[in-house]
Design a protein around this ligand. Structure first.
Ligand code: SAM
Length: 263
């Protein structure tokens, strides 16, 4: 394999969420089919790159919050194609298990993590949490007697209701010790329902169909986690670095975020 893009199991003819997201963020690990689907998304919502950056900024703020609170181990579900500020870089003192389904995301993660002792990627489907939890990589890197930060940032909206997202999250929570935490970001129909409907149609033809959820539904999904202030809110309103910058309408970001503890 000359480059991670040439891994044998990559279907370049079908758009994939990881590679479309990479395109929104200005990356180069995407193919023509990804760029065509992303272009359709951008026709509907030209501000998607800004939304992706806001999501990424939430990821970083929530990781920083968890590190400041003493978390030194993370499971990053749907970690994506490596880009600026991966979790092991944002939290250099922590061990990180990345998890993704997309072969390009996995191949590039393996490439950048080669030689890194405290971070690795598991090629797995979050809809099968047992496979993530029992992976030899997870068991080698994480100590399940110490708190773990579970990151589900912009991934559970790729899990359909029929795949039981509540059960998936419960299985992860049950496996983690008390004192662990979750950070969740999740795209919603609230605020921009018509545009999100059209995005759902575009993603339905990709490898990763979407199920966007309402705030009420996400509150139920987060049941059992003790949410820190300000609770479940627009990602840009979650403990912003510059609060003055996020006054006014925040619904444009299309994405709710929350952090909660397992007490
Ligand atoms: N978490 C990163 C972030 O917020 O910057 C990347 C988010 S990206 C929008 C969503 C990622 O979830 C993609 O890399 C995609 O391949 C991955 N994904 C989607 N469904 C998945 C599944 N069932 N199991 C594992 N990964 C999945």
């Amino acid at each position: 394999m000359d480059s991670p893009d040439q891994a044998a199991d990559i279907d370049t003819s079908r758009p994939a969420a990881a590679r479309m997201y990479d395109y929104y963020l200005g990356g180069s690990h995407n193919f023509a089919a990804d760029r065509e689907a992303a272009a359709k998304v951008l026709e509907v919502m030209p501000d998607v790159p800004l939304m992706a950056q806001a999501n990424r900024a939430f990821l970083h703020r929530s990781v920083r919050y968890l590190v400041d609170a003493g978390i030194r181990q993370f499971i990053d579900l749907g970690s994506g194609i490596p880009t600026v500020g991966n979790v092991h870089e944002a939290a250099p003192e922590a061990s990180v298990v990345y998890v993704d389904l997309d072969p390009v995301a996995v191949a590039y993660s393996e490439a950048i993590l080669a030689g890194t002792e405290r971070a690795a990627i598991v090629h797995a489907d979050v809809r099968r949490p047992e496979e993530v939890l029992s992976s030899p990589i997870t068991r080698r890197l994480l100590d399940f007697d110490r708190p773990i930060g579970l990151l589900t940032v912009a991934v559970l909206h790729f899990v359909a209701e029929s795949d039981d997202p509540d059960g998936i999250l419960r299985t992860f929570r049950d496996a983690l010790p008390v004192g662990s935490a979750v950070s969740m970001a999740h795209v919603t129909f609230d605020g921009r329902p018509d545009e999100m409907d059209r995005l759902t149609e575009i993603y339905a033809r990709s490898a990763n169909p979407t199920t966007f959820r309402t705030k009420d539904r996400l509150e139920r999904l987060l049941a059992g986690w003790d949410l820190v202030d300000p609770g479940l809110t627009w990602v840009i309103r979650w403990r912003p670095d510059w609060p003055d910058d996020v006054e006014g309408d925040a619904a444009w970001c299309g994405n709710y975020g929350a952090v909660g503890w397992k007490r």
